[in-house]
Design a protein around this ligand. Structure first.
Ligand code: DOR
Ligand code: ZN
Length: 354
């Protein structure tokens, strides 16, 4: 056991700052994986009926809490709700939802950028009254950072969004708290790093572990397809460097996004990678490969609460080195089954039972 590769690692209990829990039977199936590892999670609002009002968010939160397993360790799991922004979002209603403690943040999906974004914002630069209100409130704006112009190469959509949209929002609202969600490029890392204002980014485990070759390894690999799509190796290296740097602007957000296997393995497969079952172990693998396990706690447990201005969690979680199988498929009653990332193979760490 050396300081750089211990056989066990205890960190303060982490949070997941970007999660898709879905609804109904899917929610009931996937929620326990997130609740077991994380104390809190930012819940994405892109349901079939998007979470656009405080009433819908409060009702969704009740459905989540109703499905929580009894045995969640430590403090009970806390879902932090977000508002799905549309062209018609009413700033006064958004403000009320935030002040009432229903909304923690709001999510900007450029319309048609990704799964469940059909009701998203058609002109992100036009939402000035919403940004103004959020800036005054200190309410975080969570951004899916891709342009939707089909003429822009899919691998360039994040960089083009940063240049043409995000840099302008940040310039015009310098005190707005902004999270570039699931950053995938060196351009994104450089942009966030260079901001003196409250601009951060979440980084997924899959983007730390995969480059775009994974999508085509021996054939097309639908379970590695997500949006933003994985990029070249040089971009993955930039994500690793940022995540393991200790820089407080970067924190854990899995973007775990389950879809029924039939909707992934299809002529037009859905975007989304279901990492929740082994999420923390996957991050530990990526950090260990970079020789930076000692930086995992800041990334997973400290930087996010600091950005969101929340207390860090009480309690700890211990990862033990142990080859641990991930199920190949997990049944979702009445829906089918989901295939987790690394499903049918092992991860190198397991969470010690508490
Ligand atoms: O791959 C993705 N899946 N990216 C997103 O932005 C949405 C998510 C989903 O909801 O499936
Ligand atoms: Zn997402």
């Amino acid at each position: 056991m050396s300081p750089t590769s211990p056989d066990s690692l205890t960190i303060r209990r982490p949070d997941d700052w970007h999660v898709h829990l879905r609804d109904g039977a899917m929610l009931a199936t996937v929620l326990p994986f997130t609740a077991r590892q994380f104390a809190r999670a930012i819940i994405m609002p892109n349901l079939a009926d998007p979470v656009t009002t405080p009433e819908k968010a409060a009702a969704y939160r009740r459905r989540i809490v109703a499905h929580l397993p009894d045995e969640a360790p430590g403090d009970a799991f806390q879902p932090l709700m977000t508002c799905y922004l549309t062209d018609d979002t009413d700033p006064a209603q958004l403000e009320q939802g935030f002040l009432d403690g229903v909304f923690t943040a709001a999510k900007l999906y450029p319309a048609h950028a990704t799964t469940g974004s059909a009701h998203g914002v058609t002109e992100p630069l036009a939402l000035t009254a919403v940004y103004e209100t959020m800036q005054i409130l200190g309410m975080p704006l969570l951004v899916h950072g891709e342009v939707t112009d089909p003429a822009v190469d899919i691998f360039d959509r994040e960089a083009v969004f940063i240049d043409g949209v995000l840099s302008k929002i940040v310039r015009d609202f310098p005190n707005l708290r902004v999270v570039l969600e699931h950053v995938t490029t060196r351009d994104g890392i450089d942009f966030v790093t260079s901001q003196s204002g409250p601009v951060g980014a979440t980084i997924t485990a899959h983007h730390l572990l995969l480059n775009r070759n994974a999508l085509f390894e021996g054939g097309i690999r639908p379970h590695y397809y997500c949006l933003p799509v994985a990029k070249r190796e040089e971009h993955r290296q930039a994500l690793i460097a940022a995540a393991t740097s200790g820089n407080e602007k970067f924190f854990l957000g899995t973007d775990t996004a389950p879809h029924p296997i039939g909707e992934k393995e299809s002529a037009c497969g859905c975007a989304g990678i279901f990492t929740a079952p082994a999420a923390l172990a996957l991050y530990a693998e990526a950090f260990e490969a970079a020789g930076a396990l000692d930086k995992l706690e800041a990334f997973a447990s400290l930087n996010g609460p600091k950005f969101y201005d929340l207390e860090v969690n009480q309690g700890t979680v211990t990862l033990e080195r142990a080859e641990t199988p991930v199920p190949e498929r997990i049944d979702v009653p009445g829906v089918g089954a989901v295939h987790p990332f690394r499903g049918g193979a092992n991860v190198a760490w397991k969470i010690k039972a508490t």
